[in-house]
Design a protein around this ligand. Structure first.
Ligand code: FAD
Length: 204
């Protein structure tokens, strides 16, 4: 028999959802249509609230050890500092983790997958939610891995990202607009001069 809960999506949201259920010994399935975890850095910044949750899970310090505390952000135009934003003590007095931590999303996902593995949980990769419909007190789903499977659950957790099938199937609106500008994120090995600001602090 299927567990009563289906988590759709094994990005950070689904993985944390899974970890929280697993630590309370609540059975579930977690599926993702991708071949495996993401390979690119994407979200680099972890905000204090996330670390506060991780403190409840008992692994905030492990995450902090793996990341880099973001002290300052510099905006440079043609090698001149045009702006400097201090982030090192952003939430002083508000959070035990008053800083922003950089921890690339691919490393972050691997970390969470490791935590789940320690609890005996594996993501079902290459498994897609095709559709869902309310069914009595629960939900009827059509899943596709090697072949199609009709599966029934009491609860479905839509952790399937910005283009969520769960949201679309439930006809839930996602209001908002795209930014007009294009932004690029690059994972690169850089080299070049290390510069100093007026206070003799180094930056790249
Ligand atoms: C280039 C880039 C840079 C970014 N930079 C930042 C940043 O600096 N800071 C920040 O906060 N955020 C950033 N983001 C956004 C961040 O990556 C997302 O907010 C984050 O991934 C959301 O996590 P999630 O788990 O909710 O969804 P996702 O990471 O999108 O995970 C959803 C998962 O659901 C799976 N899925 C989708 N549909 C189905 C289906 N029907 N059946 C089964 N599985 C399904 C997908 O394969 C995916 O693995 C960036 C994103 C990109 C692309």
């Amino acid at each position: 028999m299927n567990p009563q809960i289906l988590i759709v999506g094994a990005g950070p949201t689904g993985l944390v959802m899974a970890y929280n259920l697993a630590r309370h010994s609540i059975p579930f399935r977690i599926i993702d249509k991708s071949d495996g975890p993401g390979q690119a850095s994407r979200a680099m910044a972890i905000l204090p609230r996330t670390l506060e949750f991780y403190q409840q899970f008992g692994f905030a310090d492990e995450v902090i050890d793996r990341g880099i505390k973001m002290e300052d952000v510099y905006v440079r135009v043609k090698n001149k500092i045009k702006a400097k934003v201090h982030l090192g003590s952003l939430g002083e007095g508000l959070s035990p983790f008053p800083f922003i931590l950089t921890f690339p999303q691919d490393d972050h996902e691997q970390f969470l997958l490791g935590k789940l593995k320690n609890l005996g949980i594996e993501v079902e990769w290459k498994t897609e939610l095709l559709s869902l419909a309310e069914h009595g007190e629960g939900v009827k789903t059509l899943l596709k891995a090697q072949q199609e499977e009709t599966a029934y659950f009491k609860y479905i957790c839509g952790c399937d990202g910005a283009h969520s099938t769960v949201r679309k199937q439930l006809k839930i609106e996602f209001k908002g607009e795209k930014y007009k500008q294009h932004f690029y994120v690059m994972d690169v090995h850089g080299s070049g001069e290390v510069m100093k600001d007026q206070k003799n602090q180094y930056f790249i």
